[in-house]
Design a binder for this molecule. Structure first.
Ligand code: GLU
Length: 420
């Protein structure tokens, strides 16, 4: 189901409203508030790519840096046909709050290209990636702005980016991008990090609320990098995955699905709705299942004023960025659902991106166990800080996370002062 976004409720205006609420609660000084409400820097590029049939197509791409007060800008690159500058600005702002809430010394950025990567051949995708990288090389680099995978991009795309930037430099610059293959300086555990991080936060929050994970039921919308790995980790922790879906629909089995067979089916190019071991469900039906935990891990605004009243899960763990619109957030908070907010719940990816960047800079690499232990430490500590603020001030976790993040960035901005 495509997200419903009208002009009055653009992604950026939603992100700004969330920021305003945190800024009001913190009594943020006007100068700092003005700076943090807008993105710092945005680059829009239009560039040609030669197609396999010899024709040329012009593509549009973006790289937006929202804030760099606490370190280099950091955030993913999205290849998607519906991508807009407004979306990228909002997503760059969320990255600033995400890196702050988990205590990474980074700012926030996002970028991408308006394209349908599945309709491009491998060679076309490589040419597009290399040319786009060259266009944004004006503002990216290991000390300036470090891209990573997001929707529609993967480790292979990151390898082309790393190679292009390295060719320009004349030497290998592994720290210029994260989410790379391990053969060129990628980190162990980076692919599984977003899903693992989400599972760690979910399990911790359930234990805190006295909900026993063993036997608890889970429905997952989206079976990509975040959805499939969180399914694996939650199942390993004793939870029962009763439904999963991709963009074409999903499958439901109240006794539990076999996650490994679903992953094998997807990796062979199949769709989870074709899986024989359960009943078909639509994406809409999946969101409304009577489960303990719902993981919306597809895309923005999937839960809104229209369908939120029918959502029955006790815990909602935001795998995607902004999967609940503000109306849905209010409706579900009112009925007492525990919402684990995106900037915390899906921060595992950027946490291991940070560990990858550190390993690249020191040219010394850690085994998967070491990376996963550090990820666990950061996710559990960050969750506990957010939960403590939420209970001290009687706030939902999203408001508490936003306040902690905005306060961290505001302090850095204020102490540096306004130049000149
Ligand atoms: N795209 C991911 C996110 O939205 C990862 C960003 C990164 O690792 O820099 O958090």
């Amino acid at each position: 189901m495509p997200p419903v976004v009208d002009a009055r409720r653009s992604a950026l205006s939603i992100a700004q409203r969330q920021f305003d609420a945190a800024a009001d609660a913190l009594g943020l000084e006007d100068s700092v508030r003005k700076v943090l409400r807008e993105v710092k820097r945005e680059l829009v590029v239009h560039f040609p790519v030669e197609m396999d049939d010899g024709s040329f197509r012009l593509f549009t791409g973006f790289r937006v840096q929202h804030n760099i007060a606490r370190g280099p800008a950091k955030g993913g690159l999205r290849f998607h046909p519906g991508l807009t500058l407004d979306d990228v600005r909002a997503l760059a702002m969320y990255m600033t709050w995400k890196t702050a809430v988990v205590g990474l010394p980074f700012g926030g950025a996002k970028g991408g290209v308006v394209c349908e990567p599945r309709s491009l051949s491998d060679n076309e995708l490589e040419r597009l990636t290399r040319r786009f990288t060259t266009e944004i090389s004006l503002i990216v680099g290991p000390d300036r702005d470090i891209p990573a995978p997001d929707l529609g991009t993967d480790a292979h795309v990151m390898a082309w980016i790393m190679d292009t930037l390295s060719m320009h430099a004349g030497f290998s610059v592994p720290a210029s991008v994260t989410g790379k293959p391990t053969s060129i300086g990628g980190s162990e555990g980076r692919y599984t990090a977003p899903g693992r991080g989400l599972a760690l936060v979910t399990l911790q929050a359930m234990r805190d609320r006295g909900i026993d994970p063993s036997g608890a039921t889970v429905a997952i919308q989206g079976f990509g990098k975040v959805g499939s790995v969180s399914a694996q980790v939650l199942a390993e922790s004793g939870m029962t995955i009763v439904a999963v879906s991709d963009s074409r629909g999903g499958v439901h089995r109240s006794g539990g699905l076999d996650v490994e067979s679903l992953i094998a089916l997807r990796d062979e190019g199949g769709r989870v709705s074709e899986y024989g071991g359960g009943d078909r469900v639509t994406n809409e039906e999946l969101l409304e299942l009577d489960v303990d935990v719902l993981v919306p891990a597809a895309t923005e605004a999937q839960i809104n004023a229209h369908n939120a009243p029918a959502v029955r899960a006790r815990v909602i763990a935001e795998g995607a960025n902004a999967p609940l619109d503000p109306d849905a957030d209010a409706i579900l908070n009112d009925r007492g659902a525990l919402i684990l907010p995106d900037i915390l719940a899906n921060a595992g990816g950027v946490v291991v991106s940070y560990l990858e960047w550190v390993q690249d800079q020191q040219a010394y690499f850690w085994a998967a166990g070491e990376v996963n232990a550090r990820l666990r430490e950061v996710m559990v500590r960050s969750y506990q800080q957010v939960a403590a603020r939420a209970s001290e001030r009687g706030l939902p976790l999203r408001a508490a996370a936003m306040e902690l993040a905005v306060d961290t960035v505001a302090q850095a901005t204020a102490v540096r002062g306004i130049y000149p």
